[in-house]
Design a protein around this ligand. Sequence first.
Ligand SMILES: Nc1ncnc2c1ncn2[C@@H]1O[C@H](COP(=O)(O)OP(=O)(O)OP(=O)(O)O)[C@@H](O)[C@H]1O
Ligand code: SF4
Ligand SMILES: [Mg+2]
Length: 346
Amino acid sequence: MMTAPASSTKVRGETILSVDNLVKHFPISQGVLFQRQIGAVKAVDGVSFELRRGETLGVVGESGCGKSTLARLLMRLETPTSGRATLEGKDLFKASGSELRRLRRNMQMVMQDPYTSLNPRMTVGDIIGEPFEIHPDAAPKGSKARRVQELLDVVGLNPEHINRYPHQFSGGQRQRIGIARALALRPEVIVCDEPVSALDVSIQAQVINLLEQLQDEFGLSYIFIAHDLSVVRHIADRVAVMYLGRIVEIGTEDEIYERATHPYTQALLSAVPVPDPEVRDQRNMIRLVGDVPSPADPPSGCHFRTRCWKAQDICAKEDPQTVPRAADPHPSACHFAELRPTTPTV
Ligand SMILES: Nc1ncnc2c1ncn2[C@@H]1O[C@H](COP(=O)(O)OP(=O)(O)OP(=O)(O)O)[C@@H](O)[C@H]1O
Ligand code: SF4
Ligand SMILES: [Mg+2]
């Protein structure tokens, strides 16, 4: 039987991951012989949040707003320009040696694309068992195949298929393989970067249900990245909305879906498909005009001002902080934060 990590019995709700003013600027260089830095892509530009034990934090925003870079920073696949993150109180970016190995083991990632994220030349057994090569103590000698079969069973796949190759599985099944690999070292935190975006809608629900079931079973905490507010609603306890490298609004499911105060969140909500034609007709649609500006040259003041229908002079001069607002106490980065009565039900 696969057992939950010992610490999953700890009090649900305490902070497990804390991120403080995290920044990642990718330098833009010019010149053939002598490369000079002429600017920077501000992919992540001062992100702060806390993830509590056992909860799912949804992270939503349009393409290019920095979601994957945030995920890669947390997985230490990128080095931050500045900022801090702690996992179980330990500094994620300063850790080295055995402490880093322990932290790495405790936070795993599920990738977006189940077609490209699995090595086609490796059997499923080798893919899922790969983390045991790096952390042999997680599967004592002789127990690797049994542990892999347990993991296949836990994610709803046939343990007898351990010697098959990725192409012999459907998209949804491949994502289950990705989830099994992420679970192998019994982490407490899993960063899911658009884990269902590449899947058919019918399969998306199955994978989300599986993630929820595993969360209950093993006391997991998730960061769940998606483009779409409707995908996240089913799984997230809290949601962070990102725009051009920043969190512009963050709150509980109710605060974001029923009481959003940031115009960008309100625009994303108004774009969510609504099955009921009556509700659909009644809602007040907001059409976002233009594309997201380049993160190499974001607008002054509020980054959203070039697309915001409420923008005023102050928005170009003063950068609104993501703080509680009079309209509702959850943090929102808008000088004119207000509730929008016609926010649709999704
Ligand atoms: N290694 C890199 N070098 C330079 N720029 C990068 C690098 N990785 C990402 N970027 C840029 O950083 C910005 C944020 O990219 P990121 O992949 O984090 O966005 P995203 O929100 O995950 O987008 P999507 O929804 O399309 O996956 C983009 O402008 C991207 O081009
Ligand atoms: S601060 Fe101004 S530009 Fe930014 S979201 Fe609020 S109203 Fe719009
Ligand atoms: Mg991405």
